[in-house]
Design a binder for this molecule. Structure first.
Ligand SMILES: NC(=O)c1ccc[n+]([C@@H]2O[C@H](COP(=O)([O-])OP(=O)(O)OC[C@H]3O[C@@H](n4cnc5c(N)ncnc54)[C@H](O)[C@@H]3O)[C@@H](O)[C@H]2O)c1
Length: 384
């Protein structure tokens, strides 16, 4: 299969690398020649490092890179079997590009979008053959992150879903199927990891360092939420939260935080500006956490139960299967355990009791328990 990649930014270049490594001929287009030049210089740098590490020989690396050809005209996608779009996250621009792709590509070519937050059905709606449009959502950095969410639009043919899934699986990725709803699986289910941590901080229960320490050392997460937000960038993470909140018709469960908004507005974006929740300037010392096991366990449990509630609700609303929800969180954001498996381990009724306690205390809809969990308690069921 010949693969077209539209957009040569961080995601497009990574996707081109994966496809070429999997022996496909790849054509890469970007509206900005500088982006193409940067993508090729980055790819050269990456492969030089991979050669140094002994992952590839010089010959293998040269033949992979030679399989990726820059193109300067969308019509060069005409003989592709799959085109993956990874341009700017703007619905109107994506719709206009898909309309053009629909015209220049062969009728059998699959048209995929790597969008993180836009509706695939809306993008498909711009095409005369919406049944061949699908979401293929890679995570950043695409060559390293194993998870890929496959998102059929409501118009997508079942055969296109199957073919896309088989292809991406053959690239060594772990695919999960997600319904075309805001945030798909990962960006929806992960919201409380950030939101509840911010809320705990705002209530003065603990500072950033203590919350991070608790989630890492007691919760077993690779990184604490504030360290992770500083990595992702507060501007990016805040924008995702805001777009999920709006897309869910302002469901209070996804309400963004003023703390994060202010950090973003102040330009305290995280590592990339050397200042976020922490100070990364040279010589600056990171604050020490308060090592209090009881407090730490309470923090972990509150964030975890909110994550479990989100995962259970995603299952309740048929966003994805039980296995795909657990795979998405372990392979897409490196959670130490699948959340539904975790819920079984702590006990479903324990989760319901904690959520009800939070709901009773705060009297906020944010803490409402998913009917999925409540019904399971009534029936004495577990996820696995
Ligand atoms: N960065 C991430 O963490 C991440 C993760 C998953 C998905 N995504 C999604 O992938 C897409 C791309 O994200 P990115 O981070 O690679 O962005 P980026 O800004 O690094 O790259 C986007 C590229 O698209 C090009 N472009 C913009 N408009 C174009 C047009 N009309 N025609 C052709 N090229 C155009 C730009 O020149 C740029 O090179 C977005 O939809 C984003 O939501 C991003």
């Amino acid at each position: 299969m010949k693969i077209g990649v539209l957009g040569a930014g961080s995601m497009g270049a990574g996707i081109a690398q994966i496809a070429a490594t999997s022996k496909h001929k790849v054509v890469l287009f970007d509206a900005n020649q500088k982006a193409i030049d940067k993508a090729f210089s980055n790819l050269n740098r990456i492969f030089n490092r991979l050669i140094e590490k002994g992952k590839y020989t010089k010959e293998e690396s040269t033949s992979i890179l030679e399989r990726i050809k820059p193109i300067s005209d969308l019509s060069s996608f005409s003989d592709c079997d799959l085109v993956i779009e990874a341009i700017i996250e703007n619905l109107e621009i994506k719709k206009s590009i898909f309309k053009q792709l629909d015209e220049v590509c062969s009728p059998t070519c699959i048209l995929a979008s790597n969008t993180s937050s836009l509706a695939i059905s809306a993008i498909a709606g711009a095409c005369s053959r919406p049944n061949r449009v699908i979401g293929i959502h890679f995570f950043n950095p695409a060559p390293l992150m194993p998870l890929v969410e496959i998102i059929p639009a409501i118009q997508t043919d079942e055969a296109i879903v199957k073919k896309s899934k088989e292809l991406i699986d053959s690239w060594g990725k772990r695919t999960v199927i997600a319904k075309d709803t805001p945030g798909f699986i990962v960006n929806r289910v992960a919201r409380p990891f950030y939101g509840e941590a911010l809320r705990i901080y705002e209530e003065g229960i603990a500072d950033f360092a203590t919350i991070d320490w608790a989630m890492k050392e007691l919760g077993g997460f690779k990184m604490g939420p504030f360290t992770l937000m500083d990595f992702i960038g507060n501007d990016i993470n805040y924008a995702v939260t805001e777009s999920v909140f709006e897309a869910f018709y302002y469901d209070p469960r996804y309400k963004p935080s003023f703390t994060q908004k202010r950090h973003s507005e102040a330009g305290w974006l995280g590592r990339k500006t050397k200042r976020g929740y922490y100070n990364y300037a040279e010589g600056a010392e990171l604050p020490q956490p308060k090592i209090d096991k009881e407090l730490g366990e309470e923090i972990v449990w509150r964030i975890l139960v909110m994550l479990i509630n989100e995962a259970a609700d995603a299952l309740f609303l048929n966003i994805a299967s039980r296995d795909d929800i657990d795979t998405a969180m372990t392979k897409g954001v490196n959670y130490p355990k699948g959340l539904l498996k975790w819920a079984d381990e702590v006990g479903i009724s324990t989760c319901v009791n904690k959520l009800d306690e939070l709901h009773d205390t705060y009297r906020e809809d944010r803490y409402r328990c998913s009917l999925q969990l409540r019904r399971m308690v009534m029936k004495g069921e577990s996820f696995y």
